[in-house]
Design a protein around this ligand. Structure first.
Ligand code: GCU
Length: 675
């Protein structure tokens, strides 16, 4: 469909030249049926090949013909006599290999499980979608993280917290009896990028989801997702024993509370045998938690983890904590609270840490907890939905931001231990690993609220599969699959520059959290009247007559001291801190000389101009694609870019005017005046 519904699984017809090289290798699909995930793989392959090659491949369960694709799990008689590296594939990996069996040239797609086969089938489809040769394949791949999970911030009313793509997909009123076919398409899309888990409800949770009425609805979704290798998880409200259990307390050390959770978890597994586990937001932004009873986060998490453990369930406990009563720099609070708990969590607990210490800003340094809790499984939390980057209208590819965070060196315990390595190395044999992404999915026809936000869903899956992946490779695949290989190159260029453009027109030079409060859309650096100090933008930029920026060095809050000594040295020194983090860590005089030779004030204004200019450039690049991509999606993107351009100017003009009222310096020569 030309409205974006098909995402990156469009399966558009191949040009005849390339098609001629593919067709001989996809004459037939051979799969022993009975395994629901292998069946799903065969169906998807048939669907994709039918679209791309132009005719449906023959299907068989035995005896491949020349040019067959063989889908099989380890031990299948179909693979008799073929040696494959199953020992390298783990539970979910796959091999895609060209081979000759009984004199017939075939392509083998194999894994230790149906899930591996499914991922392998999507890999073969991607090769064709991106026009790779498929005659001599030998690919082995396996995910580096175990739990690759979307976090839906969906309320039971179907509104979505920070959602910009319509209402929740989950139609609770019609579930469990009516299963919208869209649930299957959602699962297909996730499986295609290796996502194997989904948390259905908001971290600010309503305990009702844990009642039998809802659990049966959840079970219906789990049933749709199962053939696609996706397990369902739920956000559990810590005070649920009070709200739906009739207890007087939710104290994690009270035996009645622990017994209630144990019974609740047993009940859930009775209804959903492959239930994944819980996520909990505790003692954060008004949510209940163990601190209400003077218990630690570890005591709370472990009590629930113990209930899940007999079933193999996982407890994802969020480290996004800061309190209104706490005057400590918000940047420091999670580390202060969690670091002393290192080693105190059960093995089936994953502590879920946002990429930065504040809140999903266009740029933040990596969270200081990464590398600081070597005995605790930490999972990454990224936000796919663009709460702070212009919602669905602004084009901002987040792959570059995620790569920047994942490739950051924690210097703990030593140089080279990047954030990616921290999260992908199990703290001990069998300990959990994972990555969570706050979903940007709703019931809009195009799922994400914009064509380009689909790329962020796609990229999240790819980074969760391989935290060492590169944003550019991912953008190339996505653009070729979504817009066609002929249009990919300029689209990739746009994507790769897009997030830095947002940084420049919203929060350049290490500024952060300057968005209008509440909704976080549009500029609000002047806002100072909210009751909670750390919700006011002025708390973050601290502009005054002398300069601008948050002194987080030893002369200030010393949040910098939570990082490794190498980073304290590098980021703490005005000569070595990168421009991109300057005002995150320092309060800098307006006349400070920058590497560019400009004063800080002139540099700030110049960055705002650069951001607007980058959006103008994207508009030009998009103009050049008219007629090269379908007109419906093209026009939508053109209009969104024009909104983004207006709003980039709004950000620049409002921010520059406000900061000028404090800096009291003239605008630099060449600064474009407001239109
Ligand atoms: C942000 C966001 C909230 C959300 C919170 C969280 O602060 O604005 O809507 O609940 O993050 O991650 O828990």
């Amino acid at each position: 469909a030309e409205d974006g519904y098909d995402l990156w699984l469009r399966y558009a017809p191949l040009d005849s030249g390339y098609r001629a090289t593919v067709a001989p290798h996809v004459a037939q699909i051979v799969a022993a049926t009975g395994n629901p995930q292998v069946d799903a793989a065969a169906d998807e392959l048939a669907r994709g090949l039918t679209g791309m090659v132009g005719r449906a491949p023959a299907r068989a369960t035995t005896a491949p013909v020349e040019g067959a694709v063989l889908l099989a799990t380890a031990g299948s008689p179909l693979l008799a006599g073929v040696a494959l590296p199953f020992e390298r594939l783990g539970k979910e990996g796959y091999v895609v290999r060209s081979a000759t069996i009984a004199g017939k040239r075939v392509t083998i797609v194999a894994g230790n499980s149906g899930q591996g086969v499914l991922y392998g089938a999507f890999r073969l489809l991607k090769l064709i979608q991106t026009r790779q040769p498929i005659a001599a394949l030998d690919i082995v791949d396996a995910p580096k993280l175990q739990v690759r999970v979307l976090n839906h911030w969906d309320n039971l009313s179907r509104s979505i917290e920070r959602g910009y793509a319509g209402l929740s997909l989950w139609d609770w009123q019609k579930l469990p009896h009516y299963k919208d076919p869209r649930y299957t398409d959602y699962a297909r899309a996730n499986a295609s990028i290796g996502i194997n888990a989904t948390v259905l409800n908001n971290v600010n949770a309503n305990a009702d989801i844990l009642t039998p009425e809802y659990l049966h609805k959840v079970a219906a979704l789990a049933e749709v997702f199962r053939p696609w290798g996706i397990r369902v998880y739920l956000t559990a409200r810590f005070s649920a024993p009070i709200e739906i259990g009739g207890l007087k307390t939710a104290d994690p050390l009270d035996p009645a509370v622990a017994a209630w959770w144990k019974a609740k978890v047993d009940e859930i597994y009775g209804i959903i045998p492959d239930f994944g586990g819980f996520v909990v937001k505790a003692n954060s932004e008004g949510q209940p938690g163990p601190n209400d009873y003077n218990r630690s986060h570890a005591e709370g998490a472990n009590m629930m983890a113990d209930a899940l453990a007999p079933h193999g369930g996982v407890m994802m406990w969020r480290a996004f904590v800061y309190a209104a009563e706490n005057a400590e720099d918000r940047h420091k609070q999670a580390y202060t609270e969690f670091k002393p708990l290192d080693g105190k969590f059960r093995d089936n607990v994953l502590v879920q840490v946002k990429n930065g210490a504040i809140d999903f800003q266009p740029r933040e340094p990596f969270h200081p907890l990464f590398g600081a809790m070597p005995r605790t499984p930490l999972m990454m939390e990224f936000q796919i939905t663009k709460e702070y980057l212009g919602f669905a209208t602004h084009l901002a590819y987040l792959g570059t931001m995620w790569e920047e965070v994942l490739q950051a060196d924690t210097f703990r315990p030593a140089r080279g231990n990047t954030v990616a390595k921290v999260i992908e190395t199990p703290v001990d044999a069998g300990a959990a690993t994972g990555m969570a992404g706050v979903a940007n999915i709703g019931n809009d026809r195009n799922w994400s609220g914009s064509q380009f936000d689909q790329a962020n869903w796609y990229a999240f899956g790819r980074f969760a599969w391989d935290p060492q992946a590169r944003a550019k490779d991912i953008a190339q695949d996505w653009a070729a699959m979504t817009w066609g290989p002929g249009a990919a190159a300029p689209i990739v260029d746009m994507m790769m520059a897009s997030r830095e453009a947002v940084v420049d027109y919203m929060t350049p030079l290490g500024l952060g959290h300057l968005m209008a409060t509440g909704h976080h859309y549009g500029p609000g650096p002047w806002v100072s009247d909210l009751a909670r100090p750390e919700w006011n933008p002025v708390y973050y930029h601290k502009a005054d007559a002398a300069g601008i920026g948050f002194d987080r060095t030893r002369t200030g809050s010393d949040a910098l001291g939570q990082y490794a000594p190498q980073l304290v040295a590098r980021w703490g020194n005005l000569k070595t801190v990168p421009d991109s983090l300057l005002l995150w860590f320092h309060h800098v005089p307006w006349d400070h000389r920058m590497a560019s030779g400009r004063s800080l004030w002139d540099e700030l204004v110049t960055r705002y101009d650069t951001g607007v200019g980058a959006v103008t450039a994207m508009q030009g690049q998009w103009q050049g694609l008219q007629g090269k991509v379908d007109p419906v999606r093209w026009a939508e993107v053109r209009d969104f870019l024009s909104i983004q351009h207006d709003e980039a100017q709004w950000w620049r003009d409002a921010s520059v005017a406000y900061f000028q009222s404090i800096a009291k310096r003239p605008l630099p020569a060449g600064h474009a005046p407001p239109p």
